[in-house]
Design a protein around this ligand. Structure first.
Ligand SMILES: *Cc1c(COP(=O)(O)O)cnc(C)c1O
Length: 416
């Protein structure tokens, strides 16, 4: 609404402002109207360079697009508002975000990480960080034994909550309290829940990171990452590396991800609602051994979900063990008609996969099984289709995969 200059009226603050709730911030934070044209939606600024009126005197606030550009600035502002952070920095992928955070540590630094981190994070910690003299210790029960792993060189604790693909939760506040006693920073990878369901900085984390590729963009058409935090010192150090390493997203990807983010609250709510329906149906099925979903009362960390998640939501991700072993898990994934067999998560469309031979195939079997990633585990990402259709699809696929014997000639009716 524009207010006529002749009749100025007192208006409440324009978003973003702390008085505004998530949906209002998602739509308005970092989304100024174009001052010259009045365009409600920002244009895509493809220019790599910006004119200067005199040597060292840029016309506006921009000089060169790697260092900063309007679309990235706007996206970063929106993320900062949604994660209750002072700053956010965008990167070319979730993995590049992890790399930059780890690169900010001096050689000789030590990191403590939860065991069941994202596969690519595990790979970076064990194969790349090591080459830069950063050592990582993994622990399956970080709240319990963090103090046993702290050394004078420990600089960072890395948490993923929920974990992938077994959806175990970590009490962020408990870990941050211990870590901060020793001046150690806490990073939370919040990809699986999105800022709508969980805001780690509110629970004591120092940095929250996301693979924007998943819920924040939400339409499975952008690879991107982001880190958000409050410290001015981190802004200097990570901002320097963002520019110096140059693993930055394109203006077009920033624009797309920003558009996706504006409906995050609607998508995350629907995905969580759908996952709850599917998890309940799975839990009641005789063909299922167990269900991992933080929205169920049977979840071992349900009390953490009630403290840490908005409205005690479970999020859109779940996993379950199917009866009949690995073969049944594979058959199940081929027998669903709405769920697509594919890696990744957090998009509007529902996906299904078998972690032991897909996303987590790189982890040795004994290590995998120690954290609950058995051959019969199936992971589901619920999209925003209708709950009734998703539940019916899961139940029919279970029936065929477990109860009915597979055809000896292998023709088991995959529909896509
Ligand atoms: C996908 C993912 C990443 C890596 O992000 P990319 O954008 O694929 O590089 C990191 N953490 C989690 C939890 C993820 O799901």
């Amino acid at each position: 609404m524009t207010v006529s200059a002749d009749h100025p009226i007192e208006t409440p603050p324009r978003p973003p402002s702390p008085v505004h709730k998530f949906g209002t911030l998602a739509v308005h934070a970092g989304s100024p109207h174009d001052a010259a044209t009045g365009a409600v939606i920002e244009s895509i600024s493809l220019s790599t360079t910006f004119a200067q009126s005199a040597v060292g005197k840029p016309v506006g606030q921009y000089e060169y697009a790697r260092s900063s550009n309007p679309n990235r600035d706007n996206f970063e502002q929106a993320i900062a508002a949604l994660e209750h952070a002072k700053y956010a920095l965008a990167f070319s992928s979730g993995s590049a975000t992890t790399a930059v955070v780890l690169q900010s540590l001096a050689a000789g630094s030590h990191v403590i990480s939860v065991s069941d981190v994202y596969g690519g994070t595990h790979r970076y910690f064990t194969k790349v960080a090591k080459a830069h003299g950063v050592k990582v210790t993994f622990t399956p029960e970080i709240e319990v034994d963090i103090s046993e792993h702290i050394t004078p060189q420990t600089r960072l604790v890395w948490i993923e909550s929920p974990s992938n693909p077994t959806l175990r939760l970590v009490d962020i506040r408990a870990v941050a309290t211990q870590a901060h006693k020793h001046g150690i920073m806490v990073v939370v990878d919040n990809t699986f829940l999105s800022p709508y369901v969980q805001n780690p900085l509110d629970h004591g984390a120092d940095i929250v990171v996301h693979s924007v590729t998943k819920y924040i963009n939400g339409h499975s058409d952008v690879v991107m990452g982001v880190a958000a935090f409050n410290s001015d010192d981190l802004k200097d150090r990570l901002g320097f590396l963002q520019n110096a390493i140059g693993a930055v997203p394109s203006a077009f990807d920033c624009w797309l991800a920003h558009r996706g983010l504006k409906t995050l609250h609607l998508r995350a709510r629907e995905a969580s609602h759908n996952a709850t329906s599917v998890a309940q149906a799975l839990e009641a099925s005789p063909h299922v051994i167990s269900v991992n979903y933080p929205g169920l009362d049977s979840h071992p960390h349900r009390s953490i979900a009630k403290r840490q998640h908005r409205n005690a939501m479970g999020g859109g991700m779940l996993s379950f063990r199917i009866k009949g072993g690995h073969d049944a898990a594979e058959r199940f994934c081929q027998l669903t008609s709405i769920f697509t067999l594919a890696e990744s998560l957090g998009g509007v469309e529902s996906l299904v996969e078998v972690p032991s031979s897909m996303t987590h195939a790189g982890i040795p079997r004994d290590q995998r099984e120690a954290v609950g990633v058995f051959d019969d585990l199936v992971r589901i990402s619920c999209g925003v289709e209708d709950a009734e259709d998703l539940t019916r699809d899961v139940l029919q696929a279970l029936e065929k995969a477990v109860a009915e014997q597979p055809q000896p000639n292998g023709a088991n009716g995959a529909e896509h």
